[in-house]
Ligand binder design. Structure first.
Ligand SMILES: Cc1cc2nc3c(=O)[nH]c(=O)nc-3n(C[C@H](O)[C@H](O)[C@H](O)COP(=O)(O)OP(=O)(O)OC[C@H]3O[C@@H](n4cnc5c(N)ncnc54)[C@H](O)[C@@H]3O)c2cc1C
Length: 460
């Protein structure tokens, strides 16, 4: 990995923030509380500029960020966390509340990460990426959700970071030279087209076809569902059937003006800032150069990136859980009922302490899995793909459950205010269902561990 390049990015961010430190806000600039809610703890409605140091200041002055123990992380991971935190500080919770309520894409957030080169964090340096590992990319995704951006923030860039991994590994040199720089620069947003309504988790039964025509181009017919960011993406990494017994991977252009393509937004529970879609293909034509690698190897290529994605998702879940827990702890200190802070009641404090330990345990599992993943790519053979798969699936499961528990406790600790948009925990609670469902459900992970580790009979 290129630590020089990372340090360069980091110090660039530091310089920018040093310039802005002259407008650094002080605690007494905060309203002590929102005037409409006189007996409740503070809710901050700040103009965006003054929010510049939100991420770091909150940690120091209010204890509402950074409750995760940072012991044991590498210097690179800490640098990534701080640099991403600085960028995220430009996008306060009010930004994400508004995007969620209006279902508006956070394109300026995507652009801010792209501007500093973060979309290429795990892509090869030779093509403009940072050449870092999944250990650092997981930290980046965690820092995004933990900043308050939640799953919406993570999902706005997730496919760029993850779905491009099979491309980097298997695309031809001309494909790489065209695609990767445009992805890293943010010019092309990417979506990931695997799930189908009639196949569900049984990926091998996908029915969308890509039929080769006489001129070498492909005709795509079928439907995909739950495709995140398809409304705003220029490209899709698509898994489609090229023969009755084989799946192939494509990197296709989504040309909305061409016949045969229809993208319809799905109304959903959380993460509403980013779109999720049904995508219908009806004899949609793509050039032969859209095929990645050889026909028939698509499933193998997708598998290549799956363990990495589990790690990223686990990191995203952790960030969500820590954000919610931090906010709940602050509220429990400040909210006074029966003449004492509600956090003095063990029935409030203990579930929060329990949620913290669950998150910390899941954190160990997550960064252990990410480390194994990176080590397995080193090539000395000491870490098998099986080791990585067990660790990554376990981490995704544990982090998703820990995040859900933390978000639920955060809502309950806020009482009625847990239901109010301005306290954010309701938004994170809604979003905390996503890591439990996608990209693989908790039931399928339990199936995997039962079969592959405990050697129990396959149940499906
Ligand atoms: C917000 C969101 C964003 C998403 N983004 C994308 C995306 O960008 N690209 C993409 O391709 N997909 C995306 N997905 C799809 C996601 O990966 C799938 O929803 C997920 O894999 C589950 O598939 P399914 O919904 O078809 O569930 P189903 O396969 O219909 O399963 C339904 C339920 O049955 C259970 N079940 C099924 N079979 C078994 C079994 N054998 N044993 C035990 N339990 C079983 C499952 O665990 C689940 O609880 C997204 C989903 C969501 C919610």
């Amino acid at each position: 990995m290129n630590s020089t390049k990372l340090q360069h990015l980091f110090w660039l961010c530091c310089l920018c923030s040093a310039f802005d430190s002259c407008i650094r806000r002080t605690p007494d600039k905060f309203p002590s509380h929102d005037s409409r809610l006189p007996t409740y703890p503070r809710v901050y409605y700040l103009p965006s500029r003054q929010y510049h140091h939100y991420y770091l200041e909150f940690d120091v002055k209010h204890g509402t960020r950074g409750i995760m123990s940072m012991a044991g992380f590498t210097e690179n991971q800490i640098m990534v966390r701080e640099a991403i935190g600085r960028i995220c500080s430009e996008f306060p919770n009010t930004y994400w509340q508004e995007r969620d309520q209006t279902e508006t894409d956070p394109k300026d957030f995507h652009a801010a990460l792209a501007k500093d080169g973060w979309l290429g964090i795990a892509l090869p340096e030779s093509l403009g990426g940072a050449g870092l590992g999944i250990s650092e990319a997981t930290m980046m995704m965690q820092a995004i959700t933990e900043s308050g951006a939640g799953m919406a923030g993570a999902q706005s860039v997730h496919a760029n970071v993850y779905a491009t991994q099979p491309l980097a590994a298997f695309a031809s040199q001309p494909q790489l030279e065209t695609a990767i720089p445009n992805v890293v620069s943010g010019k092309w947003r990417v979506c990931f087209g695997v799930t189908e309504p009639d196949a569900g988790l049984d990926t091998l039964s996908l029915s969308t076809t890509a039929t080769k025509r006489k001129d070498g181009s492909y005709s795509i017919t079928g439907k995909k569902i739950w495709i995140t960011c398809a409304q705003v993406a220029a490209k899709m990494v698509l898994l489609a059937r090229t023969a009755p017994d084989s799946l192939s991977l494509f990197f296709i252009h989504l040309d909305r003006d061409k016949p045969g393509l229809d993208i319809r937004r799905i109304k959903k529970m959380g993460g509403r800032a980013v779109d999720a879609n049904e995508v219908f293909f009806d004899d949609y034509r793509v050039p032969s150069s859209s095929l990645i690698g050889d026909e028939g190897n698509g499933f193998k290529m997708i598998l290549h990136g799956m363990n990495a994605e589990r790690c990223l998702l686990a990191g995203e879940a952790l960030g969500l859980g820590y954000a919610a827990l931090a906010k709940a702890a602050t509220y429990a200190k400040e909210r006074v009922v029966f003449r004492r802070p509600i956090g003095m009641n063990q029935s409030v404090a203990h579930p929060l302490a329990d949620a913290y330990m669950r998150l910390e345990a899941a954190k160990l599992a997550t960064y252990h899995a990410a480390r194994l993943y990176d080590a397995s790519r080193g090539g000395d053979g000491s870490v098998s793909v099986h080791d990585v798969a067990v660790a990554a699936n376990s981490a995704k499961y544990l982090a998703a459950e820990a995040a859900f528990a933390a978000c639920e406790r955060a809502v309950l600790a806020h009482g009625g205010m847990g239901y109010a948009v301005e306290y954010d925990v309701e938004r994170w609670f809604r979003e905390s269902l996503v890591p439990r469902i996608a990209p693989v459900s908790r039931e399928m992970i339990l199936n995997f561990i039962s079969e592959k580790v405990l050697k129990l009979p396959r149940s499906y």
